[in-house]
Design a binder for this molecule. Sequence first.
Ligand code: NDP
Length: 498
Amino acid sequence: MQIESINPANLERNGAVETHDEEEVIECFVKARKAQQEWKRIQVLERASIIARVNESLVDQIDELSLLVCREVGKPPLEAFISEIYGAIDSTFHYYNSVSEVLGEEREIPLGFYSSLDKRSFVYRKPAGVVAVIGPFNFPFVIPFQQIVQSLIAGNGVVFKPSSEAVLVGEAIYNILHTIEELPEDLMQVVFGSGSKLGRVMVDEANRVIFTGSTNTGKAIMRRAANTLTPVALELGGKSAMVVLPDANMDRAVRAAAWGCFINSGQVCASVKRLFLHESIKDDFTSRLVEFTNKLVQGYPEEPGTDIGAMVNQEQMQLVLDAIERAREQGAKVLSGGRRNPDLEGYFIEPTLLGECTNSMDCVQQEIFGPVLVILSFSSEAEAIKMVNDNPYGLTSSIWTENIDRGKQFAREIDTGTMMVNECVYSFALAMTPWGGPKASGIGRTHGEYGFLEVTEPFHLNVDRYKEMDPWWMPYDKDFREIMDNFKHIAKSLVVKQ
Ligand code: NDP
């Protein structure tokens, strides 16, 4: 069987890949596990320098890869370059430079009283084994690429399943990593097929699962992983808020709200999906945003000058159109867009602004994975904090004010993994910082130090040079009882003096 890749902007066929069945997926895990036995013995910095060679090929293929992403998922090629290919190159460079600090040396842990008995402890991180990386459609290159690179550098094998909407990009990731001559042939595998069919076996066979996708799929993966107690990192949905205070730089905030919502046709976990405006600036800000939005160019992503491309497929487009319709029924007012673009052949939804929203509406509470921004107002910061937190998701959000201290204080009150002051969305590009969030946005973190910790196990090595018998060993005789009396004195010395 094959999965066909269709360009969502002009509905042309890009190509196809052969699918794998469950037995073939198991075979991929077996091969990756075997290759990993040698790979894990290579020093971490040596592994990192082997993997970092991929940047030479990435730089050579920037334009081809950007175009492939564009044709498979519908975003403009330059957007694909800056948000995906550049991000992959930048993060590999950073992981190469930072890995020895996180995974390099074993660390000695002071043992207090036990040191007096000639005992010492060391901790270092061991690779988890074989990591299952399951990718989404919206950033089909950079997201799985970074997770694969971190897993490999950390000494793991990888079996990667790309989204069925982005199989050619998945294949390109496999091919580009295999341009590295020193990469063991079987260490990194790619499999194609429906997630609902292959997902179970991927979870069953893996030592770690790094999943990026919807909250419902994430829950199904976590339930399945409970059978084998396999740790999972789940990067799930979002409903990021942008809160604008009256003293914000309005020009910058208006542009940010538009870019933050409409990049990649709004198919971004971290995109600005809820706009909270202070009541004193609401009318002015909204009319400037409507004016700017109406000037944006939606079109075929390959045409120069296109700001907003296509949705990934008909199903995603319909989900978003249904959500807009429901918002209308619940009282929201369409200020801009609100429909499928009638002038374009593929799956295009016009950039949409919804006014007169209240916090309990579905369009404010639920993730709409498309170019739809809901606008609300608030009268006090306390009210804004309450509304922002009253939402199932917790990935990112932002606060906009010229008073940085005030912004930082506000930010600390928000239940998200990342809060930005006067910025939005771009923090995914910071490969050195933790990525992920609580509540329905997931569990665990990718990127940076936290990403390396996610794909490794802490290993504790205890070494003993004590020549005598340990005082707590049998027999529990008279001597033992005296020794325990001494321990009672020691215990008293451990009461922390306040
Ligand atoms: P899906 O959950 O539909 O799919 C994601 C991946 O999971 C695909 O590879 C899919 O395969 C696979 N899959 C589907 N069912 C299962 C299963 N039962 N077991 C294992 N794997 C399965 O998400 P989307 O691709 O639609 O991505 C959009 C969602 O991802 C949004 O909610 C978005 O917010 C979130 N996201 C989160 C990010 C983050 O960092 N927090 C970043 C990017 C997106 P197949 O394609 O074959 O169905």
